[in-house]
Design a binder for this molecule. Sequence first.
Ligand code: AMP
Ligand code: ZN
Ligand code: FE
Ligand code: FE
Length: 273
Amino acid sequence: MISIITDMHMHTTFSDGLNTPSEIVSMAIEKKIDVIAITDHDTIDGISEAMEFAKGKNIKIIPGIEISCVHGGEEVHILGYFIDYEDKKIINMTRDLKVHRYNRAIEIVEKLNALGVDLDFEEVRARGENKSIGRPLIGHILIEKGYVKDMEEAFSSYLGNDAPAFVEKFKLKVPDAIDYIHNAGGITVVAHPGDLSRENFLEVIKFDLQGVECIHPKHDEELSEYFMKIARENKLKITAGSDFHGEGLKGRDGMGDYTLEVESIDYFTKRGE
Ligand code: AMP
Ligand code: ZN
Ligand code: FE
Ligand code: FE
């Protein structure tokens, strides 16, 4: 039987990934992955480059997004797949999120300055142009300037949720993110549910979701099995994604290591089986 290998979760330079969409496509071809989804944080701007670059090549790109949401007091990431990336509503919504992230970066730099870090917002702006700016972008600058030795320390000393330069970001409610994705013709999957309390996960899947990202670097085998069991019981698709952000980034560098083999791409779009 013919089967295809899918890795449904990747970030590019349009959010906090280290590789351009074209580079991501090339790397995936090299790793013999048949299907990848481009799923940048809160943006779809990287999709057209990936689609263009993949034309005529031996790979299929699924236009996706990973939207940061809030539910039950926790940050919940909702993946959208097969979205129409020319849909006006989702374009406008992601534009708003980009502006929120930009203004948040200004606030983070102000906090860093107050903590004695010599950093001009201009340096962030220059790198963040046209991007969905995330904390890792500022983390990379802190590493380069020698304030911290690695990203882990950037988060523990400055940027993390309990660290002194933390600034909340705007997050959509889960059902609103789901509506934007469905409205753009997409399907919805809850990302790395291992981040959530079990109780909250079981609440989140009551929303109109189509799948659960059961296989992910944050899940050990036992946890993956648990999510697969719940997904089956609730007639939700099982998906897998490496959450690739770049080579050498611990826990975020396993492109092709967290995959699911399916018979065909229809696996993701067929309902209720
Ligand atoms: P943001 O969307 O700006 O809140 O940034 C969150 C992103 O930062 C996550 O999606 C991860 O890619 C990354 N991140 C979060 N915590 C850490 C950490 N401790 N070390 C490295 N990267 C992290
Ligand atoms: Zn990220
Ligand atoms: Fe995520
Ligand atoms: Fe991600």
